[in-house]
Design a protein around this ligand. Structure first.
Ligand code: PLP
Length: 423
């Protein structure tokens, strides 16, 4: 059923019921800003609502449904593996196979430790970097997201200083972090010049997907790599979004710059909750000796390992990257043409596999220049797109999956055109 002016009666009823037992009716605060529809099921590039409406999905569950929803190969692997037991609190062969698959796909790391969420793998990376260097401070960047915990969740205050982003979070938790503008290698060079002997790590998304899908300027990642090497600082790429999405070897492979440690998650396991910290043996071995603690009851669970192995097998044997590129490119071109026809000042940037849409005009290279766009109006327009059957995030990031084909493209462009003509 084409959503159009469809009424979400059942969703609204479920929303009221949920709010009685769940704060805000959602289990992640990120979803407070998301569409308040309830979904019944999803397959491939399509998601279906409980009121009978369907959506062409460019949200992909905030990224994980990279193969498309409910991929048969992953579901079969999880089903078969889980029938032999769900969790052992001990070792099993699939862990080894998944570890080998991750290291071989990425190409550069020697070792990997699995976790359940990107948030916790980032924490493991920070602890490891501090242990290895004996230093405490970390350089990070404006607009990059590294999870919801006290020491990494941050937002700009009225004075432009990045501080706590949540009530109950103390500014003191952020004291060891130096927040710099991204894509400015001189800013990092100066900080390292002044405080290099205190800096354990530089932590960044190698493509700033979380704010604007901004790519690194030519030479930026290379220069940061050189600066870190020269100062004995651990370079951590947070590839929770970019990993396996920007090709099998992630953004590190795409840009040809190798970090010391990197975190992975979303696209790695076909939608299954699993994350990974990968890195050079010299660093990672510190977990193995017990010097650095990294633990978790559900780490390396049978289902997570089966899903990881099956997903990486799919990506290796039948790489979807060309078809994603084709769909994403046509989608971006189509959206731009429709916007021009309707006289809407749409701003689109990024990559076919993940791009950012907003209103306005600006040259966007970092978080500050991103703020010149009309992000608020776009967030309202994103809601209109959802009403018309195109599922997208209010923050402007669109993801394309292996399952998006021609049918979804023409359906989506028709719906986008209707949404724009009514805007
Ligand atoms: N790092 C990045 C770059 C992310 O985008 C996210 C989540 O969106 C995280 C870390 C946190 O991952 P999770 O939500 O699995 O805890």
């Amino acid at each position: 059923m084409d959503p159009g002016s469809h009424r979400h009666e059942r969703s609204e009823k479920l929303g009221r019921r949920a709010a009685a037992r769940t704060p805000g009716g959602v289990h992640s605060n990120v979803r407070l800003a998301g569409p308040r529809v309830y979904f019944s099921h999803a397959k491939g590039a399509r998601v279906f609502g409980v009121d009978g409406e369907d959506y062409v999905d460019y949200l992909l569950g905030q990224g994980p449904a990279f193969l498309g929803h409910a991929p048969d190969a992953v579901l079969d692997a999880v089903d078969q593996a889980s029938r032999r037991g769900l969790v052992f609190g001990g070792q099993h062969e699939l862990e080894i196979e998944a570890s080998e698959a991750v290291c071989e796909a990425l190409g550069w790391p020697d070792m990997v430790r699995f976790g359940v969420s990107g948030t916790e793998s980032v924490q493991a990376a920070l602890r490891l970097a501090r242990a290895a260097t004996g230093r405490t401070r970390v350089i990070r960047f404006e607009g990059h997201y590294h999870g919801w915990l006290d020491n990494v969740l941050t937002q700009p205050g009225e004075n432009g200083v990045w501080g706590a982003a949540s009530a109950g979070q103390l500014d003191s938790h952020l004291e060891d972090f130096i927040v710099l503008p991204w894509n400015d290698a001189d800013a990092v060079a100066t900080a390292l010049e002044r405080k290099g002997d205190q800096i354990a790590a530089v932590l960044m998304e190698p493509v700033m997907v979380n704010a604007g899908v901004i790519e690194p300027l030519p030479g930026y990642l290379e220069r940061i790599r050189e600066l870190c090497t020269a100062r004995g600082v651990v370079l951590i790429f947070d590839e929770v979004i970019s990993g396996f999405r920007f090709g099998l070897s992630g953004a590190a492979g795409w840009f040809g710059v190798t970090p010391d440690l990197a975190t992975y998650g979303k696209a790695m396991a076909g939608g299954w909750p699993v994350s990974a910290l990968a890195g050079r043996a010299e660093l990672m071995e510190r977990f193995g000796t017990g010097e650095v603690n990294h633990s978790g009851t559900f780490n390396g669970s049978v289902m997570a390992m089966a899903a990881t192995k099956a997903t990486l097998e799919c990506l290796r044997k039948d790489p979807p990257y060309d078809s994603i590129e084709e769909h994403g490119t046509a989608l971006i071109e189509g959206i731009k043409e429709i916007a021009t026809a309707h006289g809407l000042p749409l701003h689109v940037q990024g990559f076919p596999v993940a791009f950012h849409v907003s209103f306005g005009e600006a040259e966007v290279t970092d978080y500050r220049s991103l703020q010149q766009l009309d992000l608020m109006s776009y967030a309202r327009f994103a809601q209109a797109l959802v009403e018309h059957g195109v599922l997208v995030a209010a923050r402007g990031v669109w993801y394309v999956s292996a399952s998006h084909g021609r049918e979804e493209l023409s359906l989506a462009l028709g719906r986008i055109s209707r949404a724009m003509s009514e805007w």
